[in-house]
Design a protein around this ligand. Structure first.
Ligand SMILES: Nc1ncnc2c1ncn2[C@@H]1O[C@H](COP(=O)(O)OP(=O)(O)OP(=O)(O)O)[C@@H](O)[C@H]1O
Length: 432
């Protein structure tokens, strides 16, 4: 199995933030629902290292959600053991489980009659934190998920957009600072651009907090983008492959995986390229409140056609054409309007999507806590993609046509039973 970012950082000592997550181990875990002929989860062995994001993916009904929910005992296993940081989860009481595991589901699933603050403060309240501590924690988490506490803490869920509700859902999952976060299709209910922003934010939060995150998704691109490791399951939660996205794309373990990863998996390697691989341009910036004439004159000297407006914490708030500046006295705050940005960890595919939704032929790039970093340009992305495609093709020609089980990534597969029953390749990666 190839090395993950967390492993590399550990072995080289280049650790920015300490890991706050804990190991999760499934040992011979099974689940048979009453009256079920075939077990939903046949014995599964799995090790998820502390500080990593593991993504569960597989066809509908293969047992992803059941496997996830057994980790926080929303579903009781029929057999086997689940260890959290080496401790058997069946010996842990309910409050201790709440403290250890945060849970985030599609749409945020907020309580409609509670404010944002009360939704986020729910678990800390159950854990009997005092009011001041809960209130401070709510503000801290709203900042972390890029919602201004003053503006949002007293709103009700119906007063938020779908993406904002989902952010509050993430904040609620993080509220008691649990080492483990479980996410079930967390970004399934929002439009593609919001989905991409939420994924970026999750990666940014994870870089800071280094929890152990287990996430179920139906979207292979989301799995490739977010996962340190991807677990590909077939019916009965049988492990087909459990490895890094790079390793799975380069060498699918069997036909089932190759088929699941999908046609053009060599091209999918492009979605492994990140915004941070590209040199950013640095157009003129201006700060809210400063003289518009000063900003205009700087932009004209730099031969820029537009200016990026930052707030006092250097977060991008607007991208204005010079003609709009000419009618202004001061650089103004655009208010509630959200600006499209991409995180530096976003994939180039995401960056392209954001550019297409914008009229500037570029996308504003942000780093930790939404801080402005520069602009990624269309030409730079296409140049990089052309170079990467050429490299992937050259590597494929060099390695010849033989792939595991005679399958070439991207090659059309014969009709297969999605249950995996017709597959010849042995499931791999169990207990890896
Ligand atoms: N409460 C239940 N009672 C009986 N069978 C169930 C129950 N919950 C799930 N199952 C069955 O167990 C199997 C696994 O279900 P699970 O929800 O874990 O799959 P999944 O991979 O998450 O599916 P999806 O991607 O469609 O959400 C399915 O065959 C499902 O019908």
């Amino acid at each position: 199995m190839s090395e993950t970012v967390a492993e590399r950082q550990q072995s080289t000592g280049e650790v920015d933030n300490p890991i706050t997550g804990i190991d999760i181990d499934l040992v011979g875990v099974t689940k048979r629902y009453p009256g079920q002929k075939r077990a939903a989860v046949e014995p599964i062995d799995l090790h998820i290292p502390a500080g990593e994001i593991a993504i569960f993916i597989g066809p509908s009904g293969c047992g992803k959600t059941t496997s996830l929910k057994m980790i926080n005992r929303l579903i009781e296993p029929s057999g086997g053991k689940i260890l959290l940081g080496g401790e058997d989860s069946t010996t842990v009481n309910e409050n201790e489980l709440r403290r250890k595991i945060g849970y985030v589901i599609q749409g945020g699933s907020l309580f409609p009659h509670l404010t944002v603050a009360d939704n986020i403060g729910l678990v800390p309240g159950l854990l009997k934190w005092d009011k001041k501590r809960i209130s401070d924690r709510v503000d801290e988490l709203l900042e972390l998920v890029s919602l201004d506490p003053k503006r949002y803490r007293n709103r009700y869920p119906r007063e938020l957009s779908g993406g904002q509700q989902q952010r509050v859902g993430v904040a609620r999952g993080l509220a008691a600072d649990p080492p483990v976060i479980l996410m079930d299709e967390p970004f399934g209910a929002v439009d593609p651009i919001t989905r991409q922003r939420l994924q970026d934010e999750l990666m940014s939060i994870q870089e800071e907090l280094r929890k152990t995150i287990v996430c179920v998704t139906h979207d292979i691109d989301e799995a490739i983008k977010l996962g340190d490791r991807i677990l590909i399951l077939a019916e009965g939660a049988q492990i087909q492959q459990y490895d890094t996205p790079e390793a799975i794309l380069a060498a699918p373990a069997n036909d089932f995986v190759a088929d699941f990863v999908g046609a053009g998996s060599s091209l999918k390697q492009l979605s492994l390229s990140r915004v941070s691989d590209i040199e950013l341009s640095q157009p003129t910036t201006a700060t809210i409140g400063e003289s518009a004439a000063d900003a205009l004159s700087r932009a004209q000297t730099n031969r820029d056609k537009a200016v990026i407006v930052l707030d006092s914490r250097r977060r991008p708030r607007d991208w204005v054409w010079l003609r709009e500046l000419k009618s202004q006295d001061r650089i103004t705050d655009p208010g509630d309007d959200e600006i499209n940005t991409v995180d530096r960890r976003a994939t180039l595919n995401d960056a392209l999507d954001t550019m297409l939704a914008d009229s500037h032929a570029g996308a504003i790039v942000t780093g930790r806590r939404d801080e402005y970093l520069g602009v990624i340009n269309f030409e730079k992305v296409t140049e990089h993609m052309v170079a990467t495609t050429a490299q992937v093709q050259a590597e494929q020609e060099e390695s010849g046509p033989d792939q595991p089980n005679g399958t070439q990534p991207g090659q059309d597969q014969p009709d297969q039973d999605q249950t995996g029953q017709d597959q010849q390749g042995e499931p791999q990666g169990a207990g890896a």
